[in-house]
Design a protein around this ligand. Structure first.
Ligand code: ARG
Length: 462
């Protein structure tokens, strides 16, 4: 089929200059869509048969040959000829090479403009399902880690300053919530992706009596697009999907950053599984969090992909313009990068060893129970909060200068700041009590966290 000059152009005319030909081609990118392209063509041929646009016999020959081509590519018997212009040209040329003039009947009542966007919508819909599954696995790991480490207390941070004691599980469940919203967002996007543009043809529809609902059903699209010009012009489904993935990556990046910090000797809240950390070539003591760092770094790529596609689309008049061929490189990169990060993040998290003693030790520094001292003065002793705050600030300054913590400061010294303070102060500033008193809805008390876990388990069933 393909001689030295390559696969013949389906649009005929003079041969392109070889540099222009190379520049114009998209086969090296869109060959990834071979499955969708053949399935789309089979659906199209089936519809052409049912509407009588081509004969039953021709349609059957086309469908049978396309199925054989599919199987051969799948098994590796047939390789995709990258001298073709794009995957659509390759499949059609292969078909024609095998069945001659009958194969030439396939391209009636369609165009590469609706074909390429049909393929891409099918592909993106399939990938969204895979990414949602990967997010579900990640959420399960987070919930399991929370259950396993329900007794681990750590300082919660604001401004990266120790702020208040929290359960480590509360942090993990915070990430659960973010990834849950990400999955929800993809669910919503899916509705706008899984729409069939097939039959919009070049831009204006066709005079042939096609049945677009039928091809949509055959390809498992949920609905049919309403306007032919929009169908071939729109790439907002690409933009929306990449925007969703950029948010997923932002969350992955923040969790990665957390892991990098926690793994540092300054924190040492966790140890990374050796299978998910690397050594240094010259410093034998190091276990580097490369996987988390790379995930953080790759977030930049996906943000770049989002900006790239937004910029490609911003100035285009309707309908199809060749600029839009760039969509595929961009979305493939965003999808592949996000999938690669998710694939490695879940097992890395699963293998984390939590060093509870270090987390607890960290809660004992930084006066993260200072709010509780002020709350005690207000709720138990009736001191207005602003005043309680000032008293506590002075107590903390004293402790800090004299090597005490709130738990160890003798009562007589406490009473020099306020005679209202009694022995019950020690109950109030006990770290575990501080934590469990935060029993408001969504708070960090053990009871509240257990409830969040129950809800998370229920949500994972849906
Ligand atoms: N490879 C092209 C793309 O991905 C297919 C559509 C070509 N259509 C055209 N009129 N040149 O955009």
């Amino acid at each position: 089929m393909a001689d030295k000059k390559g696969v013949p152009k389906i649009w005929g005319g003079v041969n392109l200059d070889h540099r222009a030909d190379k520049f114009n081609a998209s086969i090296n990118t869109d060959k990834k869509l071979w499955r969708e392209d053949i399935k789309g063509s089979i659906a199209h041929a089936t519809m052409l048969k049912s509407t009588g646009i081509i004969s039953d016999c021709d349609a059957d020959t086309i469908v049978l040959t396309l199925s054989t081509i599919y199987k051969e590519i799948d098994s590796g018997k047939l390789s995709i000829d990258t001298t073709a212009e794009d995957i659509h040209s390759f499949v059609e040329a292969t078909l024609i090479a095998r069945i001659g003039d009958i194969g030439k009947k396939l391209h009636v009542a369609r165009s590469r403009n609706d074909q390429t966007v049909t393929d891409l919508r099918l592909y993106v819909a399939g990938e969204i399902i895979k990414i949602k599954d990967a997010l579900t696995i990640l959420m399960k790991v987070l919930v399991n880690k929370a259950i396993e480490n329900l007794d681990a207390i750590m300082p919660g941070y604001t401004h990266l300053q120790r702020a208040q004691p929290v359960l480590f599980a509360q942090y993990l469940l915070a990430y659960f919530e973010m990834f849950y919203r990400d999955r929800d967002r993809l669910n919503d996007t899916f509705k706008r992706v899984n729409i069939s543009p097939l039959g919009a043809c070049a831009l204006a529809g066709t005079s042939f009596p096609i049945n677009r609902t039928y091809t949509a059903e055959l390809l498992k699209f949920d609905t049919v697009s309403r306007n032919s010009v929009d169908s071939v012009s729109d790439r907002d489904f690409v933009i929306e999907t990449i925007a969703d993935l950029a948010i997923v990556m932002m969350h992955i990046s923040r969790l990665s950053e957390e892991i990098i910090l926690w793994n540092s000797h300054e924190f040492k809240f966790i140890d990374l599984d050796e299978k998910f950390s690397t050594g240094s070539s010259i410093m034998p003591q190091k276990r580097n969090p490369d996987i988390a760092e790379l995930s953080r770094g790759k977030t930049g790529r996906v943000y770049g992909d989002l900006f790239a596609i937004l910029t490609v689309m911003k100035g285009l008049p309707l309908s199809y313009n060749k600029d839009m061929q760039e969509d595929k490189d961009i979305i493939f990169d965003a999808i592949d990068t996000t999938k690669a990060c998710l694939e490695v993040l879940s097992p890395m998290l699963e293998g984390l060893r939590i060093i509870k003693e270090n987390m607890l030790n960290a809660t004992e520094k930084g006066f993260i129970n200072a709010t509780d001292c002020a709350d005690y003065l207000t709720s138990c002793k009736g001191v207005p909060f602003r005043e309680a705050y000032d008293i506590t600030k002075k107590i903390v300054e004293y402790c800090s200068a004299n090597g005490f913590v709130l738990e160890s400061l003798p009562l007589e010294i406490y009473r020099t700041f306020s005679t209202l303070i009694d022995n019950d102060i020690y109950e109030a500033v006990n770290m575990l009590n501080c934590l469990n008193h935060r029993n408001s809805q969504g708070g960090t008390s053990k009871q509240s966290v257990k409830h969040q876990i129950d809800v998370a388990i229920e949500l994972l069933k849906t």
